[in-house]
Ligand binder design. Structure first.
Ligand SMILES: C[S@@+](CC[C@H](N)C(=O)[O-])C[C@H]1O[C@@H](n2cnc3c(N)ncnc32)[C@H](O)[C@@H]1O
Length: 357
């Protein structure tokens, strides 16, 4: 494959995979536990979601009444614009609808709305979704979808990973509430880190380690390590390092990380390194290196460098995020682009300080 083709294939692989219902439900439950009316009277937009595939649409449509949602809007990207072709033919639901239009079926995106009991069964649920073609291809960056964004209160989806930065910027510029799923590497992007440090974005509650299974289309190249095909032929891949990104409150972020004093860590830490060498300061930057989040001392009042995974445990009442160490990003938060411990280069760290040591 030429470089171009390889690039497209890579992008397609990172864009076309579908979140499982249970993962969505678990995360939404965290917001609901904290605030049972979080979705009440809200317009919810799912901008990368065709109900044919998207469990986001299914989840919010199925729970429409329970969550007291005002309106659900789900838009999908035109099949011709997708890098992996999902279906070669229009779906049955589309063919059976009076609005089916052979000239638009591949080139136009679709819009699905839910706000009333269309079927007259005295309930509002998946069966009441109404649909039409969009004027354009459903690109979230288009005027058409941006207008829907402006009308919405909350945006929820698994956006194309290759456009994660752009997608987040698109939400943030409109000052919307959001819950989106992405790769944990995004935490250190120059577009993302300042939002985390300013407490305008944080990680969700339900995913903090390991990998998650996503469904992929039939044409998806199954060459990565963990994949399976279920009894009815659905294909799944396992993706590592996935996280929820949000600006909606949940309980976990207000729970402080349990800590020990520096002396106690040196005596009792489960990390041999801490027991053997204790804590060290960087060679040419004035901060203490703390190589494990669960070894952060409770009684150190100056700057500490902690691993990126600290953000899974971060509580803004307990710590202040000062900046990043060990890499340069032009976001105003880089304190030292390289850090060394006794001559050895240290991988990226986040610089933090106790609020109340
Ligand atoms: C990672 S998938 C997730 C789909 C769905 N949200 C889910 O989790 O089941 C991202 C989806 O966004 C679509 N997409 C890609 N580029 C897009 C764009 N510029 N605007 C809107 N959707 C796009 C892809 O075709 C893909 O279906």
């Amino acid at each position: 494959m030429g470089n171009d083709k390889l690039g497209v294939a890579k992008q397609a692989k990172s864009d076309e995979f579908y979140t499982q219902y249970a993962d969505i439900e678990k995360e939404m439950n965290a917001y609901l536990e904290f605030n049972p009316s979080v979705f009440k009277n809200k317009v919810i937009l799912l901008p990368c979601d065709d109900p044919e595939w998207s469990n986001f649409t299914k989840y919010f449509a199925q729970n429409f009444e329970k969550l007291e949602i005002k309106k659900l809007i789900s838009t999908s990207f035109a099949t011709d614009s997708k890098l992996i072709q999902l279906i070669s033919q229009p779906t049955l639901f589309e063919l059976d609808s009076p609005q089916f239009d052979a000239t638009k079926t591949k080139s136009n995106g679709k819009i699905f709305t839910l706000f009333r009991d269309k079927t007259g069964d005295k309930r509002i649920d998946v069966g009441d979704l109404e649909w039409d073609y969009l004027e354009g291809n459903g690109d979230f960056r288009s005027k058409e979808i941006s207008k829907l964004r402006d009308e919405a209160d909350i945006i929820v989806t698994n956006p194309p990973f290759s456009l994660f930065r752009e997608f987040l910027a698109w939400i943030v510029e409109a000052k919307k509430d959001f819950v989106i799923i992405g790769n944990m590497n995004a935490m250190t992007y120059k577009e993302v880190f300042p939002l985390i440090a300013d407490n305008k974005l944080w990680l969700g509650q339900s995913i903090h380690s390991g990998d998650r299974e996503f469904q992929v289309p039939e044409s998806y190249p199954l060459e990565s390590a963990g994949w399976r095909i279920d009894d009815v032929g659905n294909r799944f891949i396992r993706v590592k390092g996935v996280r929820w990104f949000t600006n909606i409150e949940h309980g976990r972020r207000h729970q402080p990380l349990p800590l020990m004093t520096m002396d106690d860590n040196i005596k009792y830490s489960k990390h041999e390194e801490i027991q053997n060498v204790g804590y060290r300061k960087y060679d040419d930057f004035d901060a203490l290196d703390v190589p494990f989040t669960d070894a952060i001392p409770s009684d150190y009042s100056e700057i500490m460098g902690v691993p990126i995974s600290f953000l899974d445990k971060y509580s803004p009442e307990q710590f202040e995020i000062i900046g990043n160490l060990g890499s340069y990003a032009p976001d105003g938060y880089s304190l030292a682009s390289k850090i060394y411990l006794e001559g050895k280069k240290v991988y990226k760290r986040i610089a933090i300080k106790h609020r109340n040591p």
